[in-house]
Design a protein around this ligand. Structure first.
Ligand SMILES: [Zn+2]
Length: 272
């Protein structure tokens, strides 16, 4: 478990890998970017217009984000076209109940949300993690209120070393700070390197991540009987968070809720 007041430069808590060549390369990259920001003003992650602050998006793009608000399915968090009354579930949630209890997202995954997610993931922009994480903490208030522990979806060790940064861990760190709940970066392990999910269908995605996660044996006491909030950046078919949820349940978790920044939504009430 991470002490939120601990040194932010320590390995793990920041979402960066342990001090490795990749992490040092990341540090050099960030230092370089700080130098660049002195010369070039920061640009909006979506439309590339210059922005005065480091929040990642200009105000026009923030306002254009397709926020997901009630009415939505209480289980899957997909928006409804009209209000079906309190506690209403989507046909999808009834026909195919997910392994997790509730899922919530800040926004629909569209062009703007996608650019923001990629800016965080590939450009290693911590200031974007702060803004996105705060929005997630607000959208997931009901979930954080009943969470005993916040756990990010882990990257496989190899991918973490290559990228030097786990965007889900960076978001989880901000959410834990905002809601004052404990955070565990290493309770859940990704034991198998999986293919990128991009371009895979729902069934392929499920097969790709099946059995890819497990609870670290030393973390069982942290997980057993606890209400866990699983954090990821994007919910596409739900295969990744479903596999991670199953691992948490095998590890003894009680309730498992899912909080993401953006989720793919098909027609209203019908997730793709
Ligand atoms: Zn913009």
């Amino acid at each position: 478990m991470w002490d939120r007041d601990a040194d932010l430069a320590a390995p793990g808590p920041t979402g960066w890998a342990a001090p490795t060549v990749a992490a040092l390369a990341g540090l050099a990259r960030r230092s370089g970017r700080a130098m660049l920001d002195l010369v070039l003003p920061p640009a909006c992650a979506s439309c590339r217009r210059p922005v005065a602050n480091q929040s990642g998006l200009c105000s026009d793009c923030w306002h254009a984000l397709a926020l997901i608000e009630r009415p939505y399915c209480e289980r899957l968090g997909v928006p409804f076209a009209y209000d079906l009354g309190p506690g209403a579930l989507s046909a999808e949630a009834i026909a195919h109940p997910p392994p997790f209890d509730r899922a919530r997202a800040v926004a629909r995954y569209d062009d703007i949300a996608g650019r923001l997610v990629r800016a965080l993931k590939y450009r290693d922009r911590q200031e974007i993690a702060i803004v996105m994480g705060r929005m997630m903490a607000r959208a997931g208030r009901e979930l954080t209120g009943s969470a005993d522990l916040i756990v990010p979806v882990p990257l496989h060790r190899t991918r973490l070393l290559l990228r030097g940064f786990n965007q889900s861990a960076a978001l989880a760190r901000v959410i834990a700070h905002e809601c004052g709940r404990p955070l565990s970066f290493d309770a859940l392990l990704r034991t198998r390197a999986t293919r990128h999910q991009v371009g895979l269908g729902a069934t392929e995605r499920e097969t790709n991540v099946r059995g890819a996660f497990r609870v670290r044996p030393e973390a069982r006491l942290e997980i057993e009987g606890r209400s866990v909030l699983l954090v990821d950046d994007v919910f596409t078919s739900g295969a990744t968070v479903a596999a991670a949820t199953r691992a948490l349940r095998r590890g003894g978790a009680g309730r498992v809720d899912v909080l993401v920044f953006a989720r793919v939504v098909g027609k209203l009430g019908e997730p793709i």
